[in-house]
Design a protein around this ligand. Structure first.
Ligand SMILES: Cc1ncc(COP(=O)(O)O)c(C=O)c1O
Length: 407
């Protein structure tokens, strides 16, 4: 059978590093116990595994106290934990057009309920948030700023340090779904108060893992209350971390796998991962720029984006290096011959070329509005650390075949 080319790493990374499956199997076959619930040998071993994952994440993000990291099911749960646990009635929140529905939907729910008011800072055609508009939207009542670190649609990286400077002391929640593990993040240097991460993308762990870091003097009302294995004599939820926000038995099997993913990243080095992904991005962008009939969205610059690239087949601009923006934001003229819609092109890539991509709106409708690709969306090519140059060349050849109708 033809080898599949997995280009859906922005949805979830695949394959995982070798140690991840081993760690999961080890937990299931050799450990099995519930950490923090019993004092016996296997419970202590399970506790050590969970501690190792917390410590690895703390090293990766330069978090001084690993105890300030709580595990969640995914980044969606981490974001919800902040939005429902931090905001009070009457608060004002600022987020951005590049944010994911994981942020926009809970905020819309709170807004419609009349609990909070929300401003959404716009983004330009390359997906960069308008920082002047963000600054203008700040009010005395602004209690939280929520920012997507990198777009899951077109990879655009936001300047977190610049945003921190603009917003002063207002708490900042950063959704690092697309950057954790593949881009350097330092909560101190970057001024991040709440860091929400998912375990199954760049962190290379299994699905069903994620977490949240909270700066030292911040606290949240828990989304869930219940058993924590600590202070069992009290009917009140413990108020110390991580227990305050970790009720019930966690996905400890997954956390064991996540720990192995994080260990792999720490051993390999985020810089090495970033270098490889930038090389692949540069190669893909160069190959696609040469193709008339392909619109590329995003910064078109490996230094200013992740290894996620979005395209459509409807460019009116000629290809080539002298068009630094490629087809980004191209306007469809009436006489333009229509290329295949993203859904059709996606089917061709997935079905005929065994290139696995995701098409559509990628749970980020406002980002597509900013890019001018709403409502049809784009074809998203999400590269990861385990993709190779050869695979990228095959992808470029397949896309060329689609534009040239050579099927
Ligand atoms: C930017 C961004 N935020 C949030 C999410 C939600 O991730 P999860 O499904 O792991 O909660 C994703 C993943 O699709 C994402 O790319």
């Amino acid at each position: 059978m033809h080898k599949l080319i997995y280009l859906d790493n922005a949805a979830t990374s695949f394959p995982k590093p070798p140690g991840v499956t081993e760690a999961i199997v080890h937990f299931m076959t050799e450990v099995g116990a519930n950490p923090g619930r019993s004092g016996h040998a296997l419970a202590r071993e399970a506790e050590a595994i969970v501690r190792n994952t917390r410590e690895g994440l703390a090293r990766l993000f330069n978090i001084p106290d690993p105890g300030r990291i709580v595990f969640t099911l995914n980044v969606t749960e981490a974001i919800n934990t902040v939005l429902f646990g931090f905001l009070d009635d009457g608060d004002h929140v600022v987020t951005t057009a590049m944010d994911h529905n994981a942020v926009l939907r809970p905020l819309e729910y709170l807004r419609k309920k009349g609990a909070v008011t929300v401003d959404i800072a716009p983004a330009d055609r390359q997906g960069f948030v308008d920082l002047d508009a963000l600054k203008r939207s700040l009010k005395t009542k602004t209690r939280l700023v929520v920012v997507n670190h990198a777009s899951n649609v077109c990879g655009t990286l936001q300047d977190i340090q610049a945003i921190r400077e603009i917003i002063g002391e207002i708490p900042l929640l950063v959704d690092t779904a697309q950057t954790a593990g593949c881009y350097p993040i330092d909560v101190i240097r970057d001024g991040i108060d709440f860091l929400a991460f998912t375990g199954h993308k760049g962190l290379m762990g299994p699905q069903g893992t994620g977490g949240l870091y909270l700066r030292e003097d911040l606290s949240l009302r828990p989304l869930k209350r219940g058993g924590t294995g600590t202070l069992s004599e009290s009917l009140d939820q413990p108020d110390f971390l991580p227990d305050a926000l970790e009720s019930g038995t966690q996905n400890n099997v997954g956390i064991a796998g996540l720990g192995a993913g994080v260990d792999f990243i720490l051993e390999t080095g985020v810089e090495t991962i970033l270098r490889h992904e930038r090389e692949l991005t540069a190669r893909l962008l160069k190959g696609l720029r040469g193709l008339t009939g392909v619109t590329i969205y995003g910064p078109l610059d490996p230094e200013r984006q992740t290894s996620t690239v979005s395209i459509t087949f409807d460019s009116i601009l000629p290809g080539g290096e002298d068009h630094p923006l490629g087809g980004c934001g191209a306007i469809n003229l009436a006489w333009t011959e229509e290329g295949p819609l993203p859904s059709e092109a996606g089917k061709l890539l997935n079905g005929r070329f065994d290139i696995l991509v995701r098409v559509g709106l990628h749970c980020a409708p406002l980002a597509h509005k900013a890019l001018g690709t709403f409502p049809d969306g784009t074809i998203r090519l999400g590269m990861g650390y385990f993709n190779t140059r050869e695979e990228i060349d095959m992808v470029i050849r397949a896309i060329r075949a689609i534009v040239e109708g050579d099927l």
